[in-house]
Design a binder for this molecule. Structure first.
Ligand code: HEM
Length: 496
């Protein structure tokens, strides 16, 4: 399936009013307006300014009620069930088998009525993809991984319509998985999502830790909106290109560095709100895609009825959800001219021959993907503009400001490596009973301080793990990959 080209009949070319959402008089339907503009909102960035649909209309109730049942019955991962005592294992196995048999008997619903609404299609992808992960990851190791027609066919159809892979994506669990903490009333019609006022709609485990995992990323998206605005202002100024423009761009870049430092803080806050062992053992396996699932031991996912659904002669992208699918971070890279698609970033070769960031763009909402393509096609790239301004002897410290913004992105990636060490490498080592718990514990202690010592420590941890080739949720050879991207960012500094 090709994700990069939008046909003329497509959403971007043809705004769709939303019959499932009523608007109070005088309130502008920003969903439709934003669609013209790559669905990037000036106030909320890649997050929609209105809460995603909470439930599909009654015609699709069988999907919604199956999801409710999976959540309320607290279905357990098959790999966790395998480790339980005999009696408990029997109870959990029967429970999940009953639920799967119910899903297999759902009516095969048409998606025609959903096509009139972008928000309904998003909700349908969210519900069906969530059902798929509940379905696949509760199947015991001796059974085949067959996704029954009533789930498989509409999921493939909705995915084709949205140009998304048929799995849970970052847009399903972060961008379109929130609601306001409190119910909105009429006086709050113009309320916008903020770092503090949102909660999650759907979780696998019903835990606060899982909710925090999605909300942490959502907060980064929301706070990052200011950077998108600074990028827009800068692009306008590069068009003018005079001395005043150079001074203004210098200011925007300085501001950008400050905001990205805040994003780094939000990222590191995850260690305060999420338990790493919980994340590694109980949450992360739910996200797994087909291509990085040691538990399934070579069994493939069979989408029943696939041949009947147009556009799915092959299913190339079936990786698990990852914040690597965030358009925000890729926007920083493109804007600052960090060539993340260059070979050193794709340490884990993929049959498609594509780099990881390029592959992850296939998992982004298609209008965000189009936004990144638009950004990449910018005829006045910032780096060249900065070099030119320096050559022409401008007074403003634009080169320092550009390097400062790059440094902020590099430090964001340093912090991300710390988080990955804490949430994946440490627990993986502990669970594999290798070299006891010393690495994870010492890193945990170290992370309390903000210093280069911390980064050095984390570097050592990474070195110690390089040979283990740990896989990320998106199936990458994670250590080499993350180091490669971090180093690539640092190599972008312009000589002063
Ligand atoms: C517990 C928290 C997190 C963990 C364990 C984690 C883990 C990972 C892993 C394993 C990868 C490698 C790619 C893959 O296979 O998926 C990755 C990539 C990535 N993650 Fe995270 N991540 C976390 C939170 C976040 C957050 C909150 C963001 C930002 C919104 C983020 C942004 C990225 C980006 C942009 C990449 C691509 C690599 C890069 O550009 O540097 N991650 N993450």
């Amino acid at each position: 399936m090709e994700y990069n080209h939008l046909p003329s009949t497509h959403f971007l070319a043809q705004p769709r009013p939303d019959p499932f959402q009523s608007h109070a008089a005088g309130i502008v339907d920003t969903t439709t307006l934003a669609a013209h503009d790559f669905d990037v909102d000036t106030r909320t960035g890649f997050m929609p300014p209105q809460p995603p649909l909470k439930r599909l209309p009654s015609a699709w109730e069988p999907w919604e009620s199956s999801l409710d049942a999976a959540i309320s019955q607290r279905l357990q991962l098959a790999e966790a069930v395998e480790k339980m005592e005999l009696e408990q294992r029997f109870v959990e196995t029967e429970k999940s088998r009953g639920w799967r048999s119910h899903v297999a008997q759902m009516p095969c619903l048409t998606i025609e009525g959903l096509k009139v609404s972008e928000r309904a299609l998003r909700r349908a992808h969210h519900v069906l993809a969530w059902l798929l992960h509940f379905y696949i990851h509760t199947i015991s190791p001796s059974d085949p991984l067959v996704i029954p027609r009533p789930l498989s066919i509409p999921l493939l159809q909705v995915s084709a319509e949205l140009q998304l892979p048929p799995v849970v994506t970052y847009s399903d669990d972060v961008l379109y998985n929130w609601d306001y903490k409190e119910l909105r009333d009429d006086s709050k019609q113009d309320m916008l999502p903020t770092i503090d006022n949102i909660r999650c709609q759907t979780t696998f485990t019903g835990t606060k830790d899982e909710e925090e995992f999605y909300l942490s990323a959502a907060r980064i998206e929301l706070r990052g909106t200011e950077v998108l605005e600074l990028m827009r202002l800068t692009m306008d100024e590069t068009f003018v290109g005079d001395e005043i423009a150079v001074r203004r761009i210098t200011g925007y870049l300085e501001r950008m560095a400050i905001v990205i430092q805040e994003l780094r803080g939000l990222l590191l806050d995850m260690k305060k709100t999420i338990d790493p062992e919980f994340f590694y053992e109980r949450l992360r396996p739910w996200f797994r895609g087909l291509d990085e699932d040691p538990w399934h031991k070579g069994r493939t996912w069979v989408f029943e009825g696939r041949d009947e659904v147009e556009g799915w002669t092959t299913i190339e992208e079936v990786s698990g959800a990852s914040a690597g699918q965030s358009s925000l971070i890729q926007a920083f890279d493109i804007y600052l001219d960090i060539d993340v698609d260059s070979p050193p970033t794709s340490h884990m070769p993929h049959p498609s021959g594509k780099s990881f960031p390029e592959r992850m763009r296939a998992y982004m909402p298609r209008h965000h993907r189009a936004f990144l393509n638009h950004l990449r096609a910018n005829p006045r790239p910032l780096r060249a503009f900065v070099l030119n301004a320096v050559e022409e002897g401008c007074d403003a410290p634009i080169l320092e400001a550009y390097n400062g913004a790059l440094k902020a992105v590099k430090e964001f990636r340093d912090a991300h490596m710390i988080i990955v060490t804490l949430f994946i490498i440490g627990p993986a080592r502990r669970s594999q009973k290798r070299e006891a718990a010393t690495l994870g514990k010492s890193i945990e202690k170290e992370i309390g301080g903000e210093s280069t010592k911390e980064t050095k420590r984390m570097e050592n941890a990474f070195k110690a793990n390089e040979k283990e080739s740990l896989k990320g949720t998106g199936g990458t050879d994670l250590v080499k990959f993350l180091k490669g991207l971090r180093d690539l960012t640092a190599r972008g500094y312009l000589p002063q």
